[in-house]
Ligand binder design. Structure first.
Ligand code: UD1
Length: 375
């Protein structure tokens, strides 16, 4: 019999994780996978553009949660998601990542006694000032199935007393998506490429993303980061797709960025990939980009002092810079010297098959279906 799975996404970094899961689920007639979009992100650039790029259908359920305080946003998602669960009575709720939508929907499902699977479980920054760390801890404390991306996450879950039978070292669904999308990047360069004459005038450009509250909400910290970026921009152009939160803060604090920092609107998945995959260096405070740059061997400077994704530093191309301006510039130089593909090592199971492993595991474990081919 067909089993209904609700696959939850709310914010931009969720969409590239649910896409490969949704596409892989369609190969299994036993699974009836429905997408729930909480509406945490709602601008076209932050949401619908991704559904189009990632070949996802319009969400089957859209919850209109919108922005607001953490409590307000989480509460709105919970109330709306409870109604969906009560109407649909799914066999499983699957949540990804660590955003407020992840937390809200896992709590709702558990209280209705619906099993919860957490994809990208077990990551810990050990920094409880990060909202995502609270979301990770709470979600993992009540989830039933844990799909992990790196050995450190496996250790964290074991240390926290999780049943090893319920943990699968699946690899990374985001890397499944990255490989699928990379293959589709044929021929046509996005408009940004020609507008900024990247090939002719700025071949060694850097690519920047910045949106963490700890980096952009405090005027002193943000000004320090901008001074480092302006210094780097004396050497090379920096492409900077600006997150809505960051744009608001830049205007509020009156920060002036060098002309060589090219401000762009938030980019779709493919356009961003087209640009960062050939950058000489990526500067970021995103979690996902730390991993994606490792998967494609692009040098990465993380503007944070910790990471919940240590494999990207141990085996990948990632170097932690913190937020001190001098240290950011030094780390940028170090990353350039390390060149592309530092260590040339892709973490185990980051091979494009994580989604398939997850469904095969769940079919056997939860739905007692033995897949024809084990993952
Ligand atoms: C959220 C996630 C973060 C993730 C990030 C990616 C949490 C706690 N944080 O942070 O982990 O890395 O998404 O973007 O879930 N806004 C818009 N349009 C939108 C969405 C947001 O203008 O479509 C603005 C609003 O002013 C909003 C602010 O951005 O208040 C922040 O949005 P929010 O969803 O609260 O958090 P993010 O900073 O995006």
């Amino acid at each position: 019999m067909e089993q209904t799975v609700l696959l939850v996404a709310g914010a931009r970094p969720n969409f590239m994780k649910i896409a490969p899961l949704y596409h892989a689920a369609r190969k299994h007639p036993e699974i009836y996978c429905r997408i729930v979009h909480t509406g945490q992100h709602y601008d076209y650039d932050m949401s619908q553009a991704f559904f189009e790029d990632l070949d996802l259908p319009a969400p089957h359920y859209f919850l209109h949660a919108g922005s607001g305080s953490h409590a307000g946003q989480t509460a709105r998602i919970m109330v709306a998601f409870e109604e969906v669960c009560q109407a649909v009575k799914p066999a499983l709720v699957m949540v990804v990542g660590d955003v407020n939508s992840t937390l809200a929907c896992s709590i709702v499902a558990k209280k209705l006694d619906i099993p919860v699977a957490h994809v990208e479980a077990g990551l810990r920054s050990c920094d409880r000032t990060m909202p995502e760390e609270i979301n990770r801890l709470v979600t993992d404390s009540i989830s039933d199935y844990f799909f992990v991306t790196e050995p450190g996450a496996l250790e964290n879950l074991r240390r926290e007393g999780k049943d090893p039978q319920k943990i699968l070292f699946s690899g990374h669904v985001m890397v499944d998506n990255l490989f699928q999308q990379n293959e589709k990047l044929v021929g046509v360069a996005p408009r940004t490429f020609s507008t900024h004459k990247l090939k002719e005038e700025n071949p060694g450009y850097a690519f920047l993303t910045l949106h963490r509250p700890a980096n952009v909400d405090d005027p002193g910290v943000f000004a320090g980061i901008v001074s480092a970026l302006n210094r780097i921009a004396e050497e090379r152009a920096i492409l900077f797709p600006v997150h809505p939160r960051t744009r608001k803060k830049m205007e509020q604090f009156g920060l002036v960025l060098a002309e060589e920092i090219k401000l762009l609107p938030p980019l779709g998945f493919r356009e961003a990939l087209f640009l960062w995959k050939d950058a000489s260096v990526v500067l970021t405070d995103s979690g996902g980009l730390q991993e994606e740059t490792t998967a494609l061997g692009v040098p990465c400077v993380t503007i944070r002092s910790n990471t919940e994704r240590p494999i990207t530093v141990e085996q990948g191309t990632n170097i932690l810079a913190g937020t001190d301006p001098k240290k950011i510039v030094e780390t940028y130089r170090q990353a350039l010297k390390s060149g592309r593909g530092k260590n040339g090592c892709r973490p185990p199971n980051w091979d494009g098959r994580a989604s398939e492993r997850i469904w095969n595991y769940l079919l056997a474990e939860l739905f007692s279906v033995r897949p024809a081919m084990a993952g």
